[in-house]
Design a protein around this ligand. Sequence first.
Ligand code: HEM
Length: 437
Amino acid sequence: MGQLATVSPTDLVRTLGTVMLPPVVKGPIVRRPRAVTLLERMDAERHALTQMQRLREKHGPDPVQINLAGRRLALVLDPDDVHRVLNESPEPFAPASLEKRGALGHFQPAGVLASSNEDRRQRRPFNEDVLATGTVVHPRVGLRMAQVAQEEMDVLLGHVDFAGELDWDSYARAWMRIVRRAVLGDSAREDEAVTDELLTLRRLGNLSYLAPRRPALRARFLERLRGYVDRAEPGSLAEVVAQTPAPPGTEPHQQIPQWLFAFDAATWASLRALALLTDHPGAADRVRAELDRAPDLPFTRSAVLESLRLWPTTPLILREATRETSWRTGTLPEGASLVIFAPFFHRDDQRLPQAHTFDPDQWLQERTDEDWPLVPFSGGPAMCPGRNVVLLVASSALGHLIGSRAFGSTAGLEPGRLPSLLSPFRLRFPLSAPAPA
Ligand code: HEM
């Protein structure tokens, strides 16, 4: 059997321009607001979807190769192959691809996501233990996290009442306070230095191997995190880290940068969810109707999941083949990077009737692996271990906002025709009426 097909020179240019370049322009590790808003205006993700559909039409279901300056990338085109690649991680599809090691090495060289398959054996279970991966409400700190989210939303609402609207800046500031308190402890509420240092290191991550390493800054940042773990403030994830057994090689405090970094993605996801809930008649009422069962808010969570389906915050899920693999029509060499472009699978209107529609109820039904591959949190053994934690915090924050005030929105979302990209940075939510009874 020969190798899998490689795209033509014309498709190479089109695919790079529409699929691979926009996530880099947006900022893979730290988003660049102006770039996101520009790409939104250009309807860039729609062009990417069309190009992916064209590749599937031309080449069939097997992954198709792209030769990029000697580096082999293979774009996954079929839902079954998404399951295969994610389920067969970390062998033969390792999560720590060259691209990830380059970007994440700036701030979390020993984080699980950038770890070798050997180090992953200790670090992955440690992450799952601390984050209580399989549990909707974290048994040790879940209630506290929900309470922190509500407290910070109350402070935000004080500002909203004064300003007359909620916007990106005020929401993002409140969100980062929740994140620092939930992860590091209450005393970190105003410790902007820790998140600013991470931001500086993440900006270097945007340039991956092209940016010089800043070992002194990285060491200082990681030492700060170690300090929070030593302090182990009650009700924080740092406390759970301190109390969770860690076999040699785990590097417990080095797992934390990924959590702080990933929580940031939920700022965009939750603000977009607020736009969905505000612009869809009846949705905010469904949120209010379930508030008496807090902190478990299934409908509000499903709105956050829909926000992540419609506008995935990790658009490119990457794996590196640790050996040659066989497919229907050919083989893929060892070292090739497999690329799962999530927006294609989430918004494929040739196969998915609800592609451009807000359909939270699909997340309330039992899902199986055979379902359409909706992979906002990836899937298989390397799936996001923090998904329940982040969905809990986001739904608690949104539930409290919507339960306390009635908002309008400037998103202008048209039910049934949702845009391919929604910049969270330009969203504003004016108070539209007195607080609901
Ligand atoms: C909206 C928020 C989030 C989204 C959309 C998200 C999504 C993802 C995705 C797609 C991956 C897999 C990446 C890959 O396969 O290459 C991942 C990995 C990971 N996430 Fe999340 N995540 C979020 C929040 C969080 C939070 C809040 C935490 C921790 C508190 C967290 C912890 C992790 C860790 C540790 C990994 C690496 C797992 C591994 O390599 O085994 N994530 N996340």
